[in-house]
Design a protein around this ligand. Structure first.
Ligand code: TMO
Length: 318
């Protein structure tokens, strides 16, 4: 009944547009699913659900597909997936740019300024003078040693699909560390919590915006600036003349959206919303706090986030 009523009003709208000459397409323009990419960190899971729920509220059919954060851009270029809400410069720049060459569309840059980097809790600075400079960290490497890495220090690295091979950086900068990757983000936070409780030295991969700043005091390690693409592509650049990756990630990095090029034609109103979505650091951090501090599921957090940001969401639809 409701479907029929909607169809009828669509017919009236269509007739009206014929008379006025204004073309008014009804939303949804297609019942095919819009496929939203999901990755394996919290803010992305919450905010991809926010986008999906908003589009469902407009009448669209939404599906979610998990994807590797490096391979996703080729899948979006091919139309196997349609929209990614959080593409991070620090870990995904080259994969993102490859996707653009393959036909993926840049759906805009968020206001949020991001950073993905090695990070230590504040109490580590007392045991290791000169932080956050990376050379000072390297001098203290032995305090981060574990049975597995001694006499070198352990760097608790990210899941492999986040695309950064820190073993390469350690080698290029000739650091006294071994990068040990975790399998999932939850392991990073479990390692941090257990070290934090005992005030034991730890250096791990972290990023901002994230829930960490609401719960733990600490600092990112300052490595040499990557100087655009130079560090990643030019061996002769930087302090190691024989290797790329002798640098850190950018300190003020972008956060972008990515889309399948067919969205504009098949789902124009949804595409309009996707282009307008623009998150700040505070909005992204709040999304991850709801899950990692308050214990909601990503779906529950998305509902809450939507109810707390009703005005903002209305502005996306204008
Ligand atoms: C891609 N990430 C935000 C987890 O560093």
């Amino acid at each position: 009944m409701i479907k029929r009523a909607i169809k009828t009003s669509a017919a009236i709208l269509f007739a009206a547009s014929m008379i006025t000459g204004v073309s008014a397409q009804t939303v949804p323009e297609s019942d095919d699913p819009i496929i939203i990419v999901q990755n394996n960190w919290t803010s992305q899971l919450v905010l991809s659900n926010v986008v999906g729920k908003v589009l469902e509220g407009m009448g669209y059919t939404v599906e979610y597909k998990p994807s590797d954060s490096q391979l996703q851009f080729t899948a979006i270029a091919n139309g196997d997936m349609h929209f990614q809400i959080e593409a991070w410069e620090g870990s995904m720049k080259s994969a993102y740019e490859k996707g653009l060459k393959e036909g993926m569309v840049d759906a805009g840059t968020h206001d949020a300024v991001t950073r993905e980097e090695w990070w230590v809790p504040s109490y580590v600075a007392e045991k290791c003078p000169g932080l956050p400079d990376w050379k000072a960290l390297d001098k203290c490497a032995s305090i981060f040693a574990t049975a597995e890495t001694k006499p070198k220090g352990r760097f608790v690295g990210p899941p492999a699909d986040w695309g950064k091979n820190y073993a390469e950086r350690v080698e290029a900068l000739k650091m006294n560390f071994v990068a040990i990757n975790v399998g999932q983000a939850a392991t990073l936070w479990a390692e941090l919590q257990s070290a934090y409780d005992r005030k034991e030295p730890i250096v791990l991969f972290n990023w901002t915006p994230n829930f960490i700043e609401a719960k733990f005091k600490g600092m990112f390690i300052d490595f040499p600036d990557p100087d655009g693409d130079k560090c990643a592509t030019d061996k002769s650049w930087g302090m190691n003349p024989d290797m790329v990756n002798d640098c850190g990630a950018p300190k003020k990095a972008w956060l972008k959206k990515a889309a399948w090029k067919g969205l504009a034609k098949q789902f124009p109103a949804a595409w309009g919303v996707m282009q307008k979505i623009n998150f700040s650091n505070a909005q992204i951090a709040a999304a991850s706090v709801m899950v990692d501090v308050d214990g909601l599921s990503p779906e529950e957090a998305a509902e809450k986030w939507i109810s707390e940001n009703a005005g903002l969401i209305a502005s996306w639809k204008k």
